[in-house]
Design a protein around this ligand. Structure first.
Ligand SMILES: Nc1ncnc2c1ncn2[C@@H]1O[C@H](COP(=O)(O)OP(=O)(O)OP(=O)(O)O)[C@@H](O)[C@H]1O
Length: 248
């Protein structure tokens, strides 16, 4: 059976003034793919995501999206000092604007509760988001992206600001969503060993796309190609891939 293409990017180029941020990017993503995008700081990962979610439009090339996208932004993109409860953050996934939140319907609240329940965070319903732990807040943010029943879930560094236990929990949830609901998932991460272990496809990005292959086929050379300038790569046979900065 032919796999359904959900994202198709063809010869994408994006520059800001003279800075070529993305060059000749071409790839396809299929339904139920679980894709990890890796690359050093400034590689263009967030920019690529912003193009996929439609936040950046003045690019060159062709970007086709077939399905509804749910987006989990980088943690610091939302002001957590704003006095708002967890369920209101999740509701924002339906309304997009805080100003409209007061007009929600009973069925919307039920949907919010059901989504939070699926992620085992119903207990956070009435809690102020400013008081949540990094992991709890990330799950609320995930619920906000899921409440509108997306086909494609895109996450920008979901493990940022979350402790190891919380990170494992988030990756386990994502694996379950991918496996049980058939959700297509694309995430940006700096945690290479986690990406290689948990996703099934890896894209190595550093302005151009250096690799796009099955996670189990990623080699030390693939990583060297994108991290060579600032990183020394230590690869142990049968050990998770580990990247160590020369400055550490
Ligand atoms: N609006 C903009 N104007 C000018 N330069 C920009 C703009 N947005 C991004 N850039 C530059 O484009 C490059 C890629 O940025 P981007 O945030 O996409 O990288 P990244 O791979 O997500 O990095 P990080 O891992 O550090 O988050 C960087 O050099 C950044 O300074």
């Amino acid at each position: 059976m032919k796999k359904e293409k959900v994202i198709s990017v063809n010869n994408l180029n994006y520059s800001v003034e003279d800075n070529e941020i993305l060059k000749f990017i071409t790839f396809d993503i299929y339904k139920k793919d679980f894709v990890g995008i890796i690359g050093p700081n400034g590689a263009g990962k967030s920019t690529l995501i912003k193009i996929l979610i439609g936040e950046i439009e003045n690019y060159q090339g062709k970007v086709e999206i077939n399905g509804k996208i749910g987006y989990v932004p980088q943690k610091d993109e939302f002001d957590r000092t704003f006095p708002i409860k967890a369920y209101e953050v999740v509701l924002m996934g339906m309304y997009k604007s805080v100003g409209l939140l007061k007009r929600y319907k009973k069925s919307d609240i039920e949907k919010v509760r059901e989504t939070m329940k699926k992620l085992n965070i119903e207990y956070l319903f009435d809690r102020n988001v400013g008081k949540l732990s990094g992991g709890e807040y990330q799950k609320v943010s995930l619920a906000r992206a899921l409440v509108s029943d997306p086909d494609i879930l895109i996450l920008d560094e979901p493990e940022a600001g979350v402790d190891k236990k919380g990170q494992n929990m988030i990756y386990d949830i994502l694996e379950r969503l991918n496996d049980e609901l058939g959700l297509t998932i694309i995430l940006v991460s700096h945690d290479i060993s986690m990406v290689v272990k948990k996703t099934n496809k890896v894209m190595c990005l550093n302005r151009t796309l250096h690799c796009h292959k099955n996670a189990i086929d990623v080699t030390a050379d693939d990583l060297k190609n994108i991290y060579a300038e600032e990183m020394e790569i230590l690869v142990h046979i049968n050990q998770p891939l580990k990247v160590v900065s020369k400055n550490d």
